[in-house]
Design a protein around this ligand. Structure first.
Ligand code: E4P
Length: 216
């Protein structure tokens, strides 16, 4: 399973990338606004920090304008992945861009039928938002399982990118289902490593080691 960081915070990305465990980054207009940075400038910096895809989202709503924005974003770096919304214009843009060799992430997916359309449009990634799905009383993980089954039924190569991840259980469940990628805020990625018994174990081993008087 690939791990993407869902942030536009360069310092956080740099720190996670240094672990060697980061496979890519996703941003969106809200995360760019939160960073307080210029979209093109911050995207260029992020692309230089990670080898994998860095999603940068268009904000236009019609196909022609999306194509113009995508053209600008694509030229920032080779690993930019154009993020388009799951609308008819977004799907048209996805089809045109992937035909031209671009990476495309179709975002704001909330149903299995939408995911089916994204795959038919040749998307590199589809982003179902599990947390926002849960927020409205639906089951985000059931959606991931449905999409996995549908994509496997037809051998679609579109990767399922589990988005809007809110806690480590989302990551665990997405991995059991066989999602290809998950994107989560850096704090959640860091939480994955923590276990109280690991900390307690280290403490016990070090206390016993101290009694031996040895050094390695
Ligand atoms: C995905 O690419 C989105 O940026 C993201 O996961 C949205 O998450 P949120 O629902 O926490 O805003």
């Amino acid at each position: 399973m690939k791990f993407f960081a869902d942030t536009a915070d360069v310092a956080d990305i740099q720190d996670l990338a240094s672990t060697g465990l980061l496979d890519g980054v996703t941003t969106n207009p809200s995360l760019i606004a939160k960073s307080g940075r210029d979209l093109k400038e911050v995207t260029r910096e992020i692309c230089a920090l990670v080898d994998g895809p860095v999603s940068a989202e268009v904000v236009a709503l019609d196909h022609q304008e999306m194509m113009k924005e995508a053209d600008i974003l694509r030229h920032i770096a080779d690993n930019v992945c154009i993020k388009v919304p799951l609308t008819i214009d977004g799907l048209k843009t996805c089809k045109a861009l992937t035909r031209d060799g671009a990476l495309v992430n179709v975002t704001l997916c909330f149903s299995a039928n939408q995911a089916l359309l994204a795959a038919k449009a040749g998307a590199t990634f589809v982003s179902p938002f599990v947390g926002r799905h849960d927020d409205v009383g639906q089951n985000g993980m059931a959606l991931i399982a449905d999409i996995r089954r549908i994509y496997d039924n037809y051998a679609f190569s579109t990767e399922i990118l589990v988005a809007s991840v809110r806690h480590p259980i989302h990551v665990h469940e997405a991995a059991l289902i066989g999602a290809d990628v998950m994107t989560a805020p850096p704090a959640i990625i860091r939480q994955l490593v923590r276990h109280p018994l690991t900390d307690k174990g280290i403490e016990g081993f070090l206390a016993d080691w101290g009694k031996t008087g040895q050094a390695i």
